[in-house]
Design a protein around this ligand. Sequence first.
Ligand code: C2E
Ligand code: MG
Ligand code: MG
Ligand code: MG
Length: 286
Amino acid sequence: KDRGRNRSVLFESAMSLAQRDHSRIAQDLRYAITRNELALHYQPIVDLTTAEVIGVEALLRWQQQGHAERPPELFVPVAEKTGLIIPIGAWALREACRQGRRWHEVHPRLGDLSVAVNISGRQLMDHRFPGTVRQILEETGFPATSLVLEITESILVADAESAADRIRTLRDLGVRISIDDFGTGYSSLAHLRDLPVDIVKIDQSFALGGSAEVDAGLIEAILNLGYALGLDVVAEGIETPEQADRLRALGCPLGQGFYYCRPMPPTALEAYLATEATLTSSEPST
Ligand code: C2E
Ligand code: MG
Ligand code: MG
Ligand code: MG
């Protein structure tokens, strides 16, 4: 009984610590946009057979004066809870489209580079969201067909019917939809069949995971599913050449991970793309 009480005391203090953290982050986050503390880093998505970059994923970074960098896994949930994800998400979308447009112009070879932006559940279901997407596309001149919206599988499962409706509206604008972290959200086959999506991203736990044989079987199953439903498949979290080889051997067309490139600021990515361009566009000598 005594121990039980001690435990609940410990539990309470841990809770209040988490709550203090939460309200501190919420407070600071309120000023993050106006103080210019947010940035996007970009990670290439590559063709696994040619290593050619076909697109990038935009990932939010928060650099607050006098703080160690806070990872999105820490502050995105707070932004989501407080509703701050609405202005922050719109900022990220606008910034990514602006950057994408610039890349299309500056690098003729990257004229069809796609840019993927992560969308949270609250953002997706906000009634203003489709209007925001349309407005940002108009304003930035970024082609809708080059924009990919990444939505985690768990969000699509939570309220499948409204999510499917919303996705249809978004696809009518011409953008593509990607299911993020696939394999972790318990969606059913029927679900997936009825979801109007374009891309499936295999969760990184499959590339990194324990039993190679089991993972290979599961990856094959997801690849077959993608093939049957006419979806593109991207493997996330590729960290080693062995993982890349294994995925390629299984027939996975696209991938992303530290082995190819870490997420980096736009200028660093441009330098990477420039060397990559000379590598993949070099004609065989005659
Ligand atoms: P995600 O969308 O699944 O993004 C992939 C995450 O895996 C990124 O973490 C990326 O840096 C990391 N990653 C990439 N390659 C590798 C690898 O080879 N190994 C390992 N271990 N990790 C790799 P990051 O940037 O910390 O973002 C974490 C999550 O935060 C994202 O997962 C996404 O769910 C969320 N997030 C990031 N930016 C945004 C945003 O602008 N809006 C919203 N709503 N969520 C965001
Ligand atoms: Mg993502
Ligand atoms: Mg993911
Ligand atoms: Mg993730």
